[in-house]
Design a protein around this ligand. Sequence first.
Ligand code: GUN
Length: 283
Amino acid sequence: MSATIINGKELAQELKLSMKEEVTELKNEGLTPHLTVIIVGDNPASKSYVRGKQKACSETGISSDVIELPTSTTENDLLHLIKELNDNPTVHGILVQLPLPDHISEKQITVAIDPTKDVDGFHPVNIGRMMTGEDTFFPCTPYGIITMLKSKDIQIEGKHAVVIGRSNIVGKPIGQLLLNENATVTYCHSKTKDIKEYTAKADILIVAIGKPNVIKEGDIKNNSIIVDVGINRLEDGSLTGDVDFDSVKEKASYLTPVPRGVGPMTITMLLKNTIKAAKGLSE
Ligand code: GUN
């Protein structure tokens, strides 16, 4: 039987509609959620991501502004700006678009953001809260993946989840969120010997490798749930994931496509975190 496709684009639209209603209610109560995005330098990909974030905010009625700074901005300038935003009660969420120029430490900037405004979920306080199973801001891509699985009532508890990739933004936190849902989690990465030995035993396989069409039918377990986090642009300009969609689609039970899979969910979860920040994170 063919896999059920989990369409992230459709789910993102549904979630945005309900968030729009929630934002309208908050505005009626006098609270307008506000996100400030900071971008340093002229990276075209970063600029395009930031435009996408602004558009999604305006679609849901969330107010946002973008502060564009030149590459010559110093770390101190940026730290001062973050302090101002931390102290500004009308700003609920702060997002510094990564990567930053080499002379600015991403680590110093990440820890400077008030954890209660850290809508990326990158601050060590929020990572710690996630690890101890508390409610907090979860990093947007992993949060989007969990939301996709739950949207199909997929049982996570007791499943063997295998995560390929161990980045701080995707691999590590998705493994933690799956563990919080009582999965048994295995991490694989570039130094893992014989990754296929693990993928073949995965009930839930999260693929965040960053190379096109690596995972094929012979690598996965029958009826497994396959989540493709990769976004790779091929020479002909088309987008493809890390999973060979056509190869696995008859063997998997659920499958996320690329495009229209995990990608659209990431920005949507940023909106969710911004609304949460406006309402106030519970202690
Ligand atoms: N650059 C690429 N992805 C992200 C993200 O999720 N957040 C931030 N701040 N920068 C990014």
